[in-house]
Design a protein around this ligand. Structure first.
Ligand code: ASP
Length: 579
């Protein structure tokens, strides 16, 4: 057994009837003990592999979570005493002698999955929490996933390169953590929100296939799918197109999924950003939810009904939603307005004398043709509910897209894992108050070749060569083909309102490097915490991170963040003001 060491012969959870008669020495924690009279005790011994029952004669003072070494002989349990809920339930260790390696105070909670413990308590005593089978399984799954990703990247001849943690601001929009410099008083390093610039410099440096299991840091509000520090597979390659990058990343993700679930998911489908918006009202479509948005232009394109006349009318069928109460429908209407719609039309679909009927405040004012088209286009059947939003196209789509998710919501890790590539994101997201477009990805993203000439005249219509990978409605990661030509970069900076001096000051070291021979290149990064959380069936990435922060960004275990001694502050030239 490879798990044998000088102190133990093997692992608790791996023993079975084949080992009967073998002398063993096992090390672990006391999971449970039951005394039978003064001289006989049953001790459940736990290590990372599981639990085995040890029968101890004689009196030993043991408590839960003591660390012990037990020597004895594997034997079959007496008939009728087997425990089918335990993998080792057919055997036990007899003739035991027990050596206490370390005593333990009573644990703050039971080390078992069933105990419901407040998260702050779990994190405060994370070392105890990590002994629970769930956390053991999650972190081991994580290690297996990372290992599969490494193997996939190495198979494709990617070279792992470490990039600095003490770095300079990266233009990706997230708030960054600053680190004061002692040697350069008043100056700061920035912790990388991603190795974006470093990996592009590696391309100029001739490493045509780079990857890194990279820690990234962003000072953003925390959520179930967001921590200050997270891990991504970061990659970049030269002399490639978007298709090549999608191919490399798909292989790595599918390998990882296969190693986690035992099954290889089907090839990852692709859709354009415009299609995702049109069909799902979002750039993060959750494809587990069957129902899609439909275009009701055919029904209401020339309607007289004010509530339904707008540049775009989108519909959403809620299968079986026909029983929704008036109060429920009012609440949906309110939600739609909160999301930015002017209103929400609803139609409860029923049947009367074999004909489909619509129950809705608008039913009376629809023409027969409109009613028929609504039923046909939305494929509504008796018992369904059809929702409709009339607005500009984007609002109509996004409002119904959000309702689609809220009504069909399922925990992210539940059910099938539906991956999808969303490609051709717009180059610019919106126009800011100063009239300049705001980049949707980062300013080094290559515009779509067919649209590049509209950059100055109609920037919001310009597509980019940026792409996202989405899993069950979670954005796993994003990437793009990068601009490697100075003339195109200058046009993008100009469109963004970044002056030459500003560009030089902020990104001069990248654009400067490009003057020395930049290959065409493209890359991607995806969140390993998020992928592992879904594969582990967890709702929060905190469950797959050994030492996460709480929602408020604190670490209950170490007490971080905390004040620094005055002497350290003085050395850094920092004075705390206010607060
Ligand atoms: N740097 C990007 C990110 O962290 C990914 C990429 O474009 O490669 O999201």
């Amino acid at each position: 057994m490879t798990s044998a060491t000088s102190m133990r012969t093997g692992l608790c959870g791996e023993l079975g009837v084949d080992d009967v008669g073998t002398k063993v020495r096992l090390c672990g924690w006391v999971a449970r003990r039951r005394e039978h009279g003064e001289h006989l005790a049953f001790v459940d011994l736990r290590d990372r592999s599981g639990i085995v029952q040890c029968v101890v004669d004689g009196s030993v003072e043991l408590r839960n979570e003591y660390v012990v070494a037990v020597s004895g002989v594997v034997r079959r349990r007496p008939e009728g005493m087997e425990n089918p809920s335990l993998l080792t339930g057919e055997v036990e260790i007899g003739d035991c002698t027990v050596e206490v390696l370390a005593a333990a105070e009573p644990p703050p909670f039971h080390v078992e999955d069933r105990t419901d413990v407040d998260e702050a308590v779990r994190l405060r005593h994370r070392y105890v929490d990590l002994r629970r089978p769930r956390m053991q399984a999650n972190l081991r799954l994580r290690a297996a996933v990372v290992s599969a990703i490494r193997r996939a990247m190495e198979r494709e001849e990617f070279c792992e390169v470490e990039t600095p943690l003490l770095w300079s601001p990266t233009p990706e929009g997230a708030r960054e953590f600053a680190v004061p410099s002692r040697l350069h008083r008043g100056d700061f390093y920035v912790l990388p929100q991603s190795p974006q610039i470093a990996k592009q410099l590696l391309m100029v440096g001739g490493f045509d296939r780079y990857y890194q299991i990279a820690r990234c840091l962003r000072d953003e509000d925390l959520r179930a799918d967001r921590q200050f520090e997270f891990t991504q597979l970061d990659m970049e390659a030269s002399f490639v197109t978007q298709d090549d990058v999608l191919g490399f990343v798909s292989e790595a993700v599918l390998d990882a999924a296969q190693c986690a679930t035992g099954e290889r998911p089907p090839p990852i489908e692709r859709m354009t950003w415009a299609e995702a918006l049109d069909r799902y009202g979002t750039d993060k479509p959750d494809l587990r939810i069957e129902t899609e948005l439909v275009d009701l232009g055919e029904a209401f394109g020339s309607t007289e009904v004010r509530a339904l006349s707008a540049p775009s009318v989108k519909g959403l069928r809620i299968p079986g939603g026909g029983g929704t109460s008036r109060a429920g429908l009012d609440a949906l209407g309110e939600r739609a307005r909160a999301l930015g719609a002017k209103g929400l039309a609803w139609f409860r679909v029923a049947e009367s004398d074999g004909a489909t009927t619509l129950d809705s405040p608008l039913a009376r004012v629809l023409s027969d043709a409109e009613r028929d088209a609504l039923v046909r286009v939305s494929a509504a059947a008796p018992g369904d509910l059809v929702l409709a939003v009339a607005d500009d196209h984007r609002t109509a789509c996004t409002v119904l897209g959000q309702l689609r998710v809220e009504l069909g919501a399922r925990p992210v890790g539940e059910g099938p894992h539906r991956y999808v590539w969303v490609v051709e994101f717009p180059l610019f997201e919106t126009v800011s108050a100063d009239g300049h477009p705001v980049p949707a990805h980062h300013p080094f993203t290559m515009p779509h070749p067919e649209d590049i000439d509209r950059m100055e005249t109609d920037p919001l219509s310009v597509r980019s060569q940026a792409y996202d990978l989405v899993l069950n409605g979670w954005e796993l990661g994003s990437g793009s083909v990068r601009i490697h030509r100075a003339d195109i970069q200058a046009r993008v900076f100009k469109a963004l309102g970044i002056s030459d001096e500003d560009a030089e000051a902020r990104f001069g070291f990248l654009t400067g490097a490009f003057r020395f021979g930049a290959p065409p290149h493209a890359g991607f990064a995806f969140g390993i915490d998020r992928l592992v959380a879904v594969l582990a069936g967890e709702e929060s990435i905190r469950e797959v991170i050994a030492f996460p922060k709480t929602q408020s960004g604190a670490d209950p275990l170490t007490g971080a963040p905390k004040p620094l001694p005055a002497s350290s502050l003085a050395e850094l030239g920092i004075r705390i003001v206010g607060g």
